[in-house]
Design a protein around this ligand. Structure first.
Ligand SMILES: [Fe+2]
Length: 136
């Protein structure tokens, strides 16, 4: 009987510890970016000091869209990919980068007269996934 009580006490202590740990983990996660997955200029979470070098900048010139991530490119730390996605989920285009690329810059061409909301994304191999929302 004593062994059973000890087993139950130990189980409760371990379960309580796990609950506290998972609560702390959830709180930490909720403090980071959009759902802890996607970061932006206005929601940089734990990467607040990285906004300028990670949130993709968008330049609209007629139907030509240029995405730039002002980030260094080295073998250990670089921008992996850009995408341009319409609000309905249509992927307008994407570009994958490599450490030896001089800059993370990509260009896309929209259909003439395109309007609406778009999402520019940039993925850093160390500082996660970033999005810049814009409207034309
Ligand atoms: Fe980075």
């Amino acid at each position: 009987m004593t062994n059973r009580r000890n087993f139950l006490k130990t189980t409760l202590v371990v379960a309580g510890g796990m609950a506290i740990s998972s609560t702390a983990f959830a709180a930490k996660k909720s403090a980071t970016g959009i759902n802890g997955l996607i970061y932006s200029k206005d929601n940089a979470g734990m990467w607040a000091e990285k906004v300028g070098s990670h949130a993709p900048k968008v330049e609209v010139n007629g139907n030509k869209i240029t995405l730039t991530t002002e980030h260094g490119m080295s073998e250990r730390h670089y921008i992996v990919r850009h995408t341009l996605v319409a609000v309905d989920g249509e992927v307008i285009g994407d570009e994958t980068f490599y450490p030896e690329d001089p800059k993370a810059v990509s260009t896309y061409e929209l259909a003439e007269g395109s309007k609406g909301k778009y999402f520019a994304t940039s993925f850093c191999n160390k500082h996660d996934f970033w999005v810049t929302e814009f409207e034309i």
